[in-house]
Write a protein that binds this ligand. Structure first.
Ligand code: GDP
Length: 440
């Protein structure tokens, strides 16, 4: 995603590398490069210009702290401004109402039907909703069929009226039917054309007026760059939609649509489509997208994965053990196993800021912990609980038993001791902080 832009921006920041401070001159040079990179990524001209002007003001205006190098400061400013450009924080998506009504709009081929299915799937599996899908494309029987096939796969009901030529009444009837069937979200897929035309606009505006949707979404193919932005503008003038769905971000999209739409249309991007499959849907987070564009990984998604594995009870027990300096090899082993459950190791490592590019071509196998695990498995229960028992004789036995070497065993024990020490220190700090807060 946006690989070209990422590389170009990285190169721009290099101009500041090794410079003692931020000056008018080196900032101007860097930002000229940044602007060119944005324009080549098909970002709207005015948006790119305003962006670099804003970054310039912020960079010049900021006293460079001695600890922060000019190129690092610039990356930080650009990162924050990119996030701001895309809306700052994630936008809300409303699904209240009985039923909530979601109306799709957009050109033919933009991905409306696919997104309707993805949304139904998300609401059903993650939000415990009972969605109904509605086929309002009265011109293309194949479109209705496509919706039915997708809905069938998901086990979601579809409302359609064969032979009807009136999408407004289909949509109205569908809402009544949803109430009858106890569905709490109605997703209305509409007809698109290959290009904007008056008839289509009149029709979708009439549907909107008749059903008063909870959310009207404009679906657009991100591969179409500036065309996407212009189409968004026209739809918004007629429909005043609530949010944008950017599809096909998995292709070699240059980034122009994602970076320009918010500023040009003043409506938030709410979802991004990242593939043809029904689960290839993400909520849009401007800050995470900015991090990805700058090759900073995606630490938040990493934390989210960690949280899915997080067991509060276990964590409390572990904390108590650390406080008493009882963290042992059993705990160490269970921590390793938790990390392994989080997913493919290379995948995880590449979410760490700055590491993604480094490991792109590297072979990181899931066996990385194998030696460590083998050594711990060779310990007796007593040794795992009381690592201080591990004298030279026992270490030799562990090396033999695990098929590793004495050096590897020594290294593991040294690392373990260090981890224990650091944990104890962190705990000490935390305990002191809590005592301080309590005494306030
Ligand atoms: P509609 O005419 O607006 O309903 O568009 P469709 O939902 O039929 O999508 C048009 C084509 O784009 C189909 O071949 C979809 O599989 C494909 N498509 C939709 N969303 C995505 C996406 O996020 N990524 C990719 N790679 N293809 C997509």
């Amino acid at each position: 995603m946006f690989e070209n832009l990422s590389e170009r921006l990285e190169r721009s920041f290099k101009i500041l590398k090794g410079q003692g401070s931020i000056t008018e001159l080196n900032v101007a040079e860097t930002l000229k490069d940044v602007r060119r990179a944005l324009l080549d990524a098909d970002v709207n001209y005015n948006v790119a210009k305003r962006f670099t002007d804003d970054v310039k003001k912020k960079a010049i205006g900021r006293n460079v702290l001695t600890a922060v190098k000019p190129n690092e400061l610039m990356v930080k400013i650009v990162r924050d401004e990119l996030a701001e450009l895309m809306g700052g924080t994630a936008a809300e998506f409303k699904i209240d109402g009985n039923p909530a009504v979601i109306l799709m709009s957009g050109l033919q081929g933009s991905g409306k039907t696919t997104f309707s299915a993805k949304l139904a799937n998300l609401l059903k599996s993650k939000n415990g909703k009972k969605p109904m899908m509605v086929a309002c494309d009265v011109y293309r029987p194949a479109a209705i069929e496509q919706l039915k096939v997708l809905a069938n796969q998901l086990g979601v009901p579809v409302y359609s009226e064969e032979g009807s030529k009136d999408p407004v009444s289909i949509a109205k009837h569908a809402i009544n039917e949803a109430k009858n069937q106890g569905c709490d979200v109605v997703i209305v897929d509409t007809a698109g054309r290959l290009a904007i035309d008056e008839e289509m606009m009149t029709e979708i505006a009439a549907i909107k007026k008749a059903i008063n949707p909870t959310e009207t979404l404009f679906v657009v193919d991100s591969m179409t760059g500036q065309d996407a932005v212009n189409t968004a503008k026209e739809f918004n003038e007629r429909l005043d939609f609530d949010g944008v769905v950017l599809t096909k971000l998995d292709g070699d999209t240059r980034g122009g649509a994602a970076l320009s739409i918010r500023k040009v249309v003043d409506k938030p991007i709410k979802f991004v489509g990242t593939g043809e499959k029904v689960d290839a849907l993400d909520l849009f987070h401007p800050d995470r997208m900015a991090d990805r564009i700058l090759g900073m990984g995606d630490i938040i998604s990493l934390v989210e994965r960690a949280q899915q594995q997080y067991d509060e009870e276990e964590a409390k027990k572990l904390e108590a053990k650390i406080a008493k300096n009882q963290f042992d090899f059993n705990d160490f082993l269970s921590q390793i196993q938790q990390v392994k459950r989080m997913g493919n190791l290379k995948d995880l490592v590449s979410m760490i800021p700055g590491v993604g590019k480094m490991v792109k071509d590297m072979d990181i196998s899931d066996d990385a912990f194998k030696g460590i695990e083998a050594i711990i498995y060779s310990m007796t229960p007593e040794e795992r609980k009381h690592p201080s028992l591990l004298d030279g004789r026992r270490r030799k036995r562990l090396a033999m038993g695990s098929g590793t070497s004495i050096q590897e065993v020594n290294r593991l024990i040294t690392q373990f001791d260090q981890i224990r020490k650091v944990m104890k220190q962190l705990q000490g700090g935390k305990a002191a902080k809590m005592a301080k807060m309590a005494s306030r």
